[in-house]
Design a binder for this molecule. Sequence first.
Ligand SMILES: [Zn+2]
Length: 72
Amino acid sequence: MRCEECSDKLDRYVDRELNDTEALQVQLHLEGCPDCMDHYEFEAHLKRLVKHSCDCDTAPKAFREKLRQILS
Ligand SMILES: [Zn+2]
């Protein structure tokens, strides 16, 4: 799996919406790729933050994109 594919799927991986095969592919990629692992940890952390602060789905997405831009 390439990093582009991994980051495409990362969002759904964090949400546990991938099927078993895809989840495993992402997991294997993460274990071998520190960059994507950083990305994953960031997403997972953010997901927890967003869950605590807001229940709606659209605002956090925009907020997350903004944060990602700031941090990247
Ligand atoms: Zn990668």
